[in-house]
Design a protein around this ligand. Structure first.
Ligand code: LRH
Ligand code: MN
Ligand code: MN
Length: 386
């Protein structure tokens, strides 16, 4: 295989999971601007996700968020997805939108609240059994706002206990992905604030516990690709929640704010042997002011572009420059790949996959947006603030 053929082959195997909540209405705490045609239930979210997969060819799974996507029959939901050419993916838990969780969920000082949160997490594993999902993604909003509010160490013990109980419950082919975030909604301590805390818990738990990197969950200036390289070296990178940010957890389209950072991350993924199904590429975004489906298509394409550029890095030339201490040349090799216009290559890849080379234009021409705007009245809010 020529080198280019290998790059194309790799791009055809990439899979980017889209989040059910990105299809619904969302906004900030100031205002949710409702859009015409947004899904009214989880089934319609799957209809939209199927559109994204139909035009990109690389978005075959859809992440659910429970209870935002609560249904009576999850096996039926899985079947509905399958009939539309997609599958249900990661199950995301939600222990942050119940009044009982004001002071925390699994880290709460009150055992009854902890039990309630744990029951929810265990229910999420039941749902995974019904949907055939492989991954449970755990993000805890737990933390404190004021020094002295609660005992930092005891909260870690409570967290460890809950995680161990969930770990016990996982099936042989199931994993738990622990997501960290440095602040928000808590402003003084967060119980899983960084990759180190997530890594320490996952290491104790065992191989089915992996760390997930949400690209919007770091302090400004953090070198995310270094974290990626480290987690991959330790065999503990479970996946990504991709999005981009200018300020905090902005949840904007991945690759919109800093495409160079996305390229650097993808380079470390490939360099570390992480371009495998064991590292889940997921989007975690909200499209507050832009049309949702084309924005998600665009996001998938942004991931593809960063991946293509990372795959094009000339490893031999880079290695020889690095070994020779040629700083400028090493940097130039990396920048050459980043500065390559990979859009023609991706158009070819799509044509070879039997797809339209311009997914956004093809979607726009399809009439789907007009159809859902006419048919769906009274769309639902994605969950934030719901
Ligand atoms: C938290 C988070 C987490 C949630 C999602 C909706 O900020 O990134 O992944 O599940 O947003
Ligand atoms: Mn996330
Ligand atoms: Mn987030």
């Amino acid at each position: 295989m020529t080198e280019l053929a290998a790059v194309k082959a790799a791009l055809k195997t990439q899979a980017v999971e889209t989040p059910s909540w990105a299809y619904g209405n969302s906004g900030t705490r100031f205002k949710v601007f409702a859009q015409a045609g947004v899904p009214r239930d989880p089934f319609e979210k799957l209809d939209d996700a199927a559109q994204v997969h139909a035009y990109t060819g690389v978005a075959p799974t859809v992440a659910l968020h429970i209870p935002w996507d609560k249904v009576d029959d999850y096996a039926a939901l899985a079947k509905y997805a399958q009939d539309r050419g997609v599958k249900l993916g990661t199950i995301n838990s939600n222990t942050f939108q119940d009044d009982d969780y004001k002071l925390g969920s699994v880290c709460h000082a009150d055992a009854a609240v902890r039990r309630k949160a744990l029951d929810h997490l265990l229910e999420c594993v039941d749902i995974m059994d019904a949907t055939g999902s492989k991954d449970l993604k755990l993000w805890f909003a737990d933390g404190t706002n004021y020094p002295g509010q609660d005992d930092i160490r005891e909260r870690q013990d409570r967290l460890a206990q809950a995680l161990a109980a969930v770990y016990e419950r996982l099936g042989d082919d199931q994993r738990m992905l622990l997501e960290y975030k440095f602040f928000e909604p808590a402003f003084y301590t967060t119980d899983v604030p960084d990759w180190g805390t997530a890594y320490a818990h996952c290491l104790k738990l065992g191989p089915k516990a992996q760390v997930v990197v949400d690209t919007g969950h770091h302090a400004p200036g953090t070198n995310i690709e270094f974290i990626v390289a480290t987690l991959l070296r330790e065999g503990k990178l479970g996946g990504f929640d991709f999005n981009s940010r200018f300020y905090a957890d902005d949840d904007l389209m991945v690759g919109a704010a800093d495409p160079f950072q996305l390229f650097r991350i993808m380079y470390e993924v490939i360099r570390g042997g992480g371009f495998t199904p064991d590292v889940a590429f997921m989007l975690d975004q909200c499209h507050n002011i832009e049309a949702k489906i084309p924005a998600i298509i665009r996001s998938v394409m942004n991931v593809q572009e960063a991946t293509a550029k990372a795959l094009l890095v000339d490893g031999e030339a880079l290695g020889s420059a690095q070994r020779g201490g040629d700083v400028l040349e090493a940097n130039a090799v990396l920048m050459d790949a980043y500065n390559t216009d990979v859009r023609p290559l991706l158009r070819e890849v799509r044509e070879e996959m039997g797809l339209n080379p311009d997914p956004v234009a093809a979607y726009r021409r399809s009439g789907w947006a007009q159809k859902i705007a006419e048919e769906r009245v009274g769309g639902e809010q994605a969950g934030w603030g719901a």
